[in-house]
Design a protein around this ligand. Structure first.
Ligand SMILES: *Cc1c(COP(=O)(O)O)cnc(C)c1O
Length: 484
């Protein structure tokens, strides 16, 4: 059976179900599978399979303590009805590159691909326990709503989402605030995403309770990461089927990156045998990852910027820890040392050997606000495509690295989720609110407004609480009391 170990202590290990239930290892490390490359899959096997069938093979590779019947049930529940395109995701062309559209799910962002699955995995893994699972989630905008939708009314669970006050788009905020469900709670934190994420991690480290099991819906949970591997293979297979590439030909994937979850899933896909040349890490003005991948110095002692791509406004990219762990040949001591330095000094410098290994697989580019808007405008005018600000960051990066090898850009959100920013980029004019902007955008494009976004304007706000960071733990403890 597949073993998962903590990135900070290999002796702390468990099977998939336990790793999913716990979310984060007790020592603060991230559960990571060992020897991924030994599980190589022959991509020919995928050529005639549906999204769900590919998902089944990938999921079973890592989560082998679920029965075949359990896994098939989970996959059908997640993917059969929740997505508005036949194949769950859609591959299209943009300029000289391809665009993998990952925003056709219930909340119009790529987080849906994993967060329709995670609650099912957790529920199944946990079905024999009589304790409640309490899911703490930090969001930079999109994870929150996707997690709320996935977990609402799931028995024996309760979910609290923390988001940065003024750090998410108005539509993202409205989506979260209007969520109905007896086991959901949304709280604004007077701080940024890193504050939300560190609050959640602190809760794991400090709160020890018997009657409630804490877990996470963030991509620190391995149950979030594995489902994201599937669409890399699906995109590759579609390129071959559409005669855009020949089987075995390498492609690059360009990924708009924040917490390093999505792009890490791409690296897992590469290890499993997906013919990927480079994974291109695209950052916005918060370009800490660009600096890191180019120099090996991770330094968070820098200004935090609120941008029009808020889901990437992050300075501490959690999943990088898993990459360091894997590429250092699972050196838990080294990873612990770097993470300690990050906690205490806000920076660490990796050794040359590790940096070279990272650079074999990853390239990095960043895009400032001006270029982001320019890219949205150009995509609209030249390529006749409406793209959201996150996708634009990736498209900009893609244009910096065009060559023989074809680029696939991961499009992570519907442009309608950021209507005013997109409209402003195209027309130089904002509207009085997001919903007016949404209708305005509709007039200039063939792309439909996702139903879930069109309908929220009329819904009442149900969650209006905001708190200071220092009160976070107290608020969580009060909730735990109520869950008894
Ligand atoms: C979360 C998110 C990202 C960043 O993904 P990570 O896995 O955190 O790197 C990019 N774009 C959008 C729209 C997102 O919601």
């Amino acid at each position: 059976m597949e073993i998962f170990v903590s990135s900070r202590n290999k002796k702390e290990k468990c099977f998939a179900k336990e790793a999913i239930i716990q979310g984060l290892a007790k020592d603060g490390g991230l559960f990571t599978p060992l020897d991924i490359e030994k599980r190589k899959i022959d991509i020919k096997k995928f050529m005639n399979l549906s999204y769900q069938e590919i998902a089944y093979i990938i999921f079973s590779t890592f989560f082998d303590d679920f029965s075949e019947q359990e896994m098939k049930e989970i996959i059908h529940r997640a993917y059969d009805k929740n997505f508005s395109v036949k194949d769950v995701v859609n591959l299209s062309k943009i300029g000289k590159s391809y665009m993998l559209e990952l925003y056709h799910g219930p909340t119009a962002a790529f987080k849906d691909l994993a967060l329709t699955v995670l609650p099912q995995l957790l529920k199944t893994a946990y079905k024999d326990e009589n304790k409640k699972v309490y899911i703490l989630t930090a969001t930079s905008g999109d994870t929150g709503k996707a997690a709320l939708e996935g977990f609402k009314n799931v028995e024996n669970t309760f979910i609290t989402v923390f988001y940065p006050n003024k750090g998410v788009s108005l539509i993202q905020e409205k989506q979260m605030k209007t969520t109905v469900g007896k086991n959901v709670e949304v709280i604004a934190i007077n701080g940024n995403f890193d504050d939300c994420q560190s609050l959640v991690k602190k809760c794991y480290e400090q709160i020890k309770v018997e009657h409630v099991q804490l877990s996470s819906a963030n991509s620190i949970n391995i149950g979030r990461l594995v489902p994201q591997i599937v669409y890399y293979f699906k995109a590759y297979v579609d390129l071959v089927k559409n005669n855009e590439i020949t089987l075995g030909e390498k492609v690059n994937f360009v990924v708009p990156t924040g917490n390093f979850g999505n792009i890490l899933a791409g690296y897992f896909a590469k290890l499993l045998g997906c013919p990927i040349d480079k994974l291109i890490c695209a950052s916005n003005k918060n370009n800490i990852l660009t600096d890191f991948i180019r120099t090996g110095i991770y330094d968070r002692n820098r200004a935090f910027h609120n941008t029009i791509s808020p889901s990437m406004d992050i300075l501490v990219s959690s999943n990088l820890e898993r990459l360091l762990f894997i590429l250092s040949d699972y050196d838990d001591e080294k990873v612990s040392k770097y993470m300690k330095e990050l906690r205490e000094e806000g920076r660490y410098i990796i050794d040359k050997e590790l940096l070279e290994k990272i650079q074999q697989h990853f390239l990095a580019f960043c895009c400032d606000e001006e270029n982001c808007k320019k890219t949205i405008k150009e995509a609209y005018e030249k390529d006749k495509r409406l793209i959201d600000p996150h996708t634009a960051i990736a498209y900009y990066a893609s244009k910096q690295y065009e060559g023989e090898i074809k680029n696939v850009i991961l499009s992570t959100a519907s442009p309608y989720k950021f209507s005013n920013s997109v409209l402003e980029a195209i027309n130089s004019e904002k509207r009085e609110n997001e919903f007016v902007a949404m209708c305005e955008l509709k007039k200039i494009t063939a792309e439909e407004i996702p139903a879930n976004l069109r309908l929220i304007e009329a819904l009442p706000d149900l969650h209006n609480r905001s708190i200071d960071i220092e009160d976070g733990i107290k608020v969580v403890l009060e909730r735990i009391e109520k869950l008894k």
